[in-house]
Ligand binder design. Structure first.
Ligand SMILES: [Zn+2]
Length: 373
């Protein structure tokens, strides 16, 4: 990864580049900052930069043999440590999960610990860096560098180290091997052994500037400008949060389009059209189907509030405001409770793995009946 691929963080990049140019690269760096600020990407870009055979000004070249290996995360002198979880008493080290780790990081270097745990199928567990891992670190560092200037050991979330792993790492950092750079990446530095902290040069990674976040999101997506501005406003410099907000916006637009069509079909009791639209919904993933039902609940609730003269309580996107202005007369005290209970019933059956086509069709036919009456 090159520095140019990382959103914002101009000052951090500058300081890191300066340390290489001045030949003052610390043995151990600790990148500290909140979630979604690009810490892992910066660690990768820095490691690639200090090993690049032909650096171009303030960035790695991206073309030399070192960069090519770095960009696939397969350089023999690049090592990773990250939290895992044991399911039994067997030894568990990061090497066993390296291909999944590469896949995750290469797809998108901005992710949360929970997203990582979910990716390796352990969503409800807490990750740990075990003492065995420290032995692995020692083993890896005992080899001389294969081809690079520096060996880089990136430790993602050192706060997840158990005490014996932390003590072993401390020993290594007390007598750092030559030409080795440790980059520790932490979100909760208060959980790290103070003696370990004192061995590292701390680099604070602040939230991403709104203007930088806006620029990246605008280049990455073709969503309307007000959606991007809104996401930036809510994300507080967190790329992961901004992306999640935009993704749900995209879904909501799709949901709204489908909802508009299906309400039109319901009002004219066009059963063929209702079947077609519910079958489309049934093709979504189960999570999206449930999201759609939650979206419907919100629209119905909003429109009921507007109908009852409490529209000031409703917060919605501009497209929804326009739709609601026409739709709210159709939702009233006579039908709202039936509609809500039909949506809740559908949600209940989806959770229990019912047939989505039948569930959505039943729900829509019942809603069509009460909307028309
Ligand atoms: Zn290069």
């Amino acid at each position: 990864m090159k520095f140019s691929e990382i959103t914002g963080q101009k000052n951090v990049k500058k300081a890191l580049i300066f340390s290489k140019k001045e030949n003052r690269i610390p043995h151990a760096l600790l990148f500290v900052g909140p979630e979604g600020t690009g810490k892992l990407g910066l660690a990768l870009a820095f490691s690639q930069y200090i090993n690049c055979e032909d650096p171009q000004g303030d960035d790695s070249c991206g073309r030399c043999s070192s960069c090519l290996k770095y960009q696939k995360l397969i350089h023999p002198d690049l090592h990773f440590v990250f939290p895992l979880m044991k399911t039994d008493e067997t030894t568990l080290v990061c090497n066993e999960f390296l291909s999944q780790w590469r896949q995750m990081v290469l797809a998108n270097a901005y992710f949360t610990p929970l997203q990582w745990y979910a990716f390796i199928g352990r969503e409800n567990k807490q990750g740990v860096i075990y003492a065995e891992e420290a032995n692995e670190i020692i083993k890896k560092l005992n080899f001389k560098t294969f081809e690079a200037d520096y060996k880089c050991m990136i430790i993602w979330l050192p706060e997840k180290m158990n005490i014996s792993a932390a003590n072993k790492l401390l020993k290594i950092l007390e007598e750092p091997p030559d030409k080795t750079v440790f980059i520790l990446i932490a979100e909760e530095p208060e959980l790290i052994l103070p003696t370990l902290l004192s061995r590292c040069q701390i680099v604070k990674i602040p939230p991403i500037k709104d203007s930088d976040l806006y620029e990246t999101l605008q280049n990455q997506s073709d969503l309307p400008e007000h959606d991007i501005k809104n996401a930036v406003l809510l994300a507080e410099g967190n790329m992961i949060k901004a992306t999640a907000i935009l993704e749900s916006n995209g879904d909501n637009q799709q949901f709204l389009d489908n909802f508009k069509m299906i309400m039109r079909a319901a009002y004219t009791f066009n059963v063929i059209e209702i079947i077609k639209l519910t079958e489309e919904t049934a093709k979504l993933s189960k999570e999206k189907q449930k999201d759609y039902l939650m979206f419907m609940l919100k629209v119905i609730r909003d429109n009921f509030l507007i109908c009852e003269g409490a529209g000031s309580k409703v917060v919605s996107r501009p497209e929804e405001v326009e739709f609601n202005s026409k739709f709210h007369p159709y939702i009233n005290q006579r039908n709202v409770f039936t509609i809500v209970s039909e949506i809740e019933k559908a949600h209940f059956h989806l959770e229990r793995n019912g047939n989505a086509k039948i569930i959505f069709l039943d729900m829509m036919l019942s809603i069509a009946r009460v909307i028309k009456s």
